[in-house]
Design a protein around this ligand. Structure first.
Ligand code: C2E
Ligand code: CA
Ligand code: CA
Length: 510
């Protein structure tokens, strides 16, 4: 009903019959109640239940509903095909952390707008004229934001998977131009996973999962790309999931061990320090770091593994420092993973941890790979300074693999450069590599940095490194990474001079 103020109101009416003495209907009593507010609230609730509050796009529930519908059409009409695209914004967390959540939200809204504009259906008339395979012929689309920086797109009436790839490429193209945020330009890339209809027995949840798996594949193979789901991905996703479950159990069961690899002074052959390296002691045998560290880091499990590793290793080092009172004291090198380095309060945590195990920070070196350090130079400089303030030493690990120039290291408060194994292993057979190593050592010294050569395996390599005045080295020539008992024997022998300071063969170790 129209109110006299001109607005429309929703009324709920109940009517009762008024009967006369003969029982005939004489009139009605109508009671009207203004329920406009309740209706509005109900509509808002219904909308909230199906749409994303931030972007106004569909939410996961509505998308699943549409997906169920598409699947049931597909079961009845085998030529009806559709695809689900799982879109994830690359490095969105970095944007959120550096510019703040409100800005992140504005960016998500703008991304949603571009997606909507890009997937707006070409009008029906021109559609029939379009060639069949230019990716422009598709039916209804549903764009959803299930949460975070993820978007889902359901595209109906496709012909084959390549149509879906073209749509994904179009989305990537549309998101490529920079976004204007607070007067600065932000460039966004995304990784897209595609699940294409085909299997009559497919289920909605299963298709979303397949699209997500394909999206992760796109991320792992370099980001800013798209990938179509296939069944081998399912198998590898399952085994990843199994590994993840096993890793979590392994943390509870304390299955991780610290192995140590000696770092040797090239001046006198003494073991001056030890690099702590993780090993996973499973009932079926030892698992090497390369087979579990990457997944452990991605899933955040590495944070608890490494916490335990630091506690164990510090305790061990203190025992050895007492047993072998060398001058200077033995030092311990610890690897810092990408995710650890990205933590907000790394320095504070590290400080507390070292204090907890009574470790003098001056005896600890933290190793950060060149690639991690260079990925965000400004932030790295700040984090490295905070760490430096604790008193720990800082090493750039795997140097030479990150294609950065030494001069870019100048702003970092680092002490040591660790030359990657790939250079050291080739330096005695390839003249050019030999020159590269020589120049790296020279430039590092000019910057006041100490150099450790990694992966020294031959006497020839050792001789060359000595001639370059490289300070320290580690590698199989001296010892592999080994368990504490083996290392203790090695330290005793190395320090008492019973065996030549630099050993030619590694002890029984891994
Ligand atoms: P990295 O930090 O570069 O460690 C050196 C790796 O080279 C170790 O492999 C070591 O055993 C190996 N190595 C040393 N000398 C030689 C040699 O002469 N020849 C050859 N072929 N290899 C040599 P490992 O222990 O398998 O570790 C692999 C990587 O896993 C490490 O590379 C490090 O990046 C990572 N990692 C290991 N433990 C941890 C950990 O506790 N935390 C973190 N964040 N990363 C770890
Ligand atoms: Ca290392
Ligand atoms: Ca290394």
């Amino acid at each position: 009903m129209r109110h006299k103020d001109g607005s429309w109101r929703v009324l709920e009416s109940t009517a009762n019959v008024i009967r006369n003495a003969d029982g005939e209907a004489d009139g009605l009593v109508v009671v009207n109640r203004d329920i406009t507010d309740r209706k509005r609230a109900e509509e808002a609730l219904a909308h909230n239940a199906l749409y994303d509050g931030l972007t106004g796009l569909a939410n996961r529930t509505l998308l699943l509903e549409r997906l169920e519908r598409a699947l049931s059409i597909c079961r009845r009409h085998s030529d009806f095909k559709f695809a689900v695209l799982f879109i994830d914004i690359d490095e969105f967390k970095v944007i959120n952390d550096s510019l703040g959540h409100p800005t992140g939200d504005v960016l998500l809204v703008q991304i949603a707008r571009r997606l909507t504009a890009c997937l707006r259906r070409v009008d029906t008339i021109s559609r029939t004229v379009q060639s069949e395979s230019d990716g422009n012929t598709f039916g209804e689309t549903t764009i959803a934001r299930p949460g975070g920086d993820e978007f889902l797109v359901l595209v109906e009436e496709l012909h084959n998977p390549s149509d879906a790839i073209r749509i994904a490429e179009r989305i990537r193209g549309r998101l490529a131009p920079p976004f204007e945020m607070d007067g600065r330009e932000i460039v966004v890339t995304c990784s897209i996973g595609i699940a294409f209809s085909g299997d009559a027995s497919a289920e909605a949840q299963g298709m979303l999962r397949d699209a997500e798996i394909a999206m992760y594949r796109a991320k792992h193979t370099g980001k800013a790309r798209c990938e179509v789901f296939d069944n081998t991905m399912h198998a590898s996703a399952l085994s990843r999931l199994q590994l993840e479950t096993d890793l979590r159990k392994a943390v509870e069961r304390h299955e991780f061990r610290v192995y140590y690899q000696p770092i040797v002074s090239l001046q006198n052959g003494h073991i001056v320090g030890l690099e702590a390296l993780s090993r996973w002691q499973r009932p079926q045998g030892i698992v090497m770091p390369n087979d579990f560290i990457p997944l452990a880091d991605e899933t955040g499990i590495l944070l608890s593994i490494n916490r335990q590793l630091i506690l164990d290793a510090c305790k061990q080092l203190r025992a050895w420092q007492q047993l072998f009172a060398t001058d200077p004291l033995l030092f311990l090198s610890i690897n810092i993973s990408p995710k650890q380095f990205a933590q907000e309060n790394l320095a504070t945590q590290m400080g507390q941890l070292l204090q907890e195990c009574g470790m003098d920070p001056h005896c600890v070196n933290l190793e950060i790979t060149e690639t991690i350090a260079m990925s965000d130079v400004e932030r790295s400089a700040a984090v490295l300074s905070q760490l430096k303030a604790l008193g720990v030493g800082l090493d750039i690990d795997d140097f030479g693999t990150g294609y950065s120039s030494l001069s870019r290291l100048q702003g970092f408060p680092v002490d040591t450069l660790k030359i990657d194994r790939v250079f050291v292993s080739r330096m005695d057979s390839d003249h050019e590599t030999h020159e590269i190593v020589r120049i790296i050592v020279m430039l590092a010294h000019n910057l006041g940095l100490k150099v450790i050569a990694e992966g020294v395996e031959t006497q020839a390599q050792l001789d060359l490194l000595r001639r370059m005045d490289c300070e320290q080295a580690q590698g199989y020539l001296f010892s592999k990474a080994a368990d504490p008992q083996t290392i203790e024997q090695l330290l005793a022998a190395n320090r008492s001079g019973i065996v030549p300071p630099i050993r030619a063969e590694g002890a029984a170790s891994v």
